[in-house]
Write a protein that binds this ligand. Sequence first.
Ligand code: GAF
Length: 392
Amino acid sequence: MALEYAVPLEALVDRAVNAFRGTYGREPSVVVAAPGRVNLIGEHTDYNDGYVLPMAIERYTVVAVDAAQHDAVRLESATMGDTATLGLKQRADLAEQPGWAKYAQGVLDALREAGFVLKPMEGVIDSTVPLGGGLSSSAALEVSLMTAIEAVSALAITAQEKALLAQKAEHKAGMPCGVMDQFSSALCEAGNLMLLDCRSLERQSVPLADPNISVLIINSNVKHELTGGEYAERRAQCEEAAKLLGVASLREASLDQLAAWEPSAPPVVFRRARHVVGEIARTTQAAQALAEGDYASVGQLMYESHAAMRDDFEITVPEIDTLVELAREIGLEGGVYGSRMTGGGFGGCTVSLVRTADAEGIAKSIAEGYTAQTGQRSTQFITRPAQGARRL
Ligand code: GAF
């Protein structure tokens, strides 16, 4: 079987609740879930005030917790098999803590700095979101933990506020991300993609109801931590381009303006800007085409997006390019409308729009071609657009 099937959310919840009982000897009072996301198109546009078109995926992080008598937040990760003890009133020393603790501590710090009073609690985290795969495992952790804290500490907080605070938490963990991932995990709706205007924060639902169309995610299993520096470098280059163009953000720049600027522009900064300005336009066009059921046009825009990420933004890796080429070779006749890398880059996953009846065969053929050409193994799954964070 080429396609991997999801652990159902109910089974993941059972796992987390059982782990809670095993560790703490009582029932959790609060259980929440927050999903990962896949971005159909609109990459590295969020921090340029542009548009993104993500959807939540049927892969979740579940947090089972209860209030506690001590003065900290204690969390066990069933996925990683380790435990973090985090400071409520001040930051814990993270040197002795597992790697994921920096995101959890970021959540506590962001909430505290926003003026919320947090109660001590203890709990278990379990997840089916692949780690380091460009599917927002860190946003799922931040948003699920914040949703659990919201319930235990009885905070009055809107979903949008939660997404913005979760973004702050990620910044505190050393990753200067935009708003897309946390908005997706906190606010996406089942059955819909979310066209998010990252300048005004206005959201539009774009339904994906056609049963003949599926979203196929293929994990190259090439992992890369975006706290490594390349992401921050891309962001700085975009800011430099906006400054040189005399605009507040690349959202304000047009392709004509770029063409006039090209002869005097620093070449690398120019190419970064060309990706972003083109990608913002492609994203609104893709949302429109998707709403009209014009999947061939959506697919074409996905291929163009991938080429721009590969050649102008330089955030793909050879393994990811191979996955997209294998999809392209299958083509429309074989049931592939389009394919591109999704997420921050330097590894992770591709997202492809495919005909449902052909999905299994497409996944198998790409997986075999990938192993033959790279010697690596991919994992692949299909998902419908899932529901954002909620208390269960
Ligand atoms: C990462 C970031 F967290 C997002 O904000 C976004 O910039 C994305 O990379 C690229 O589109 O997932």
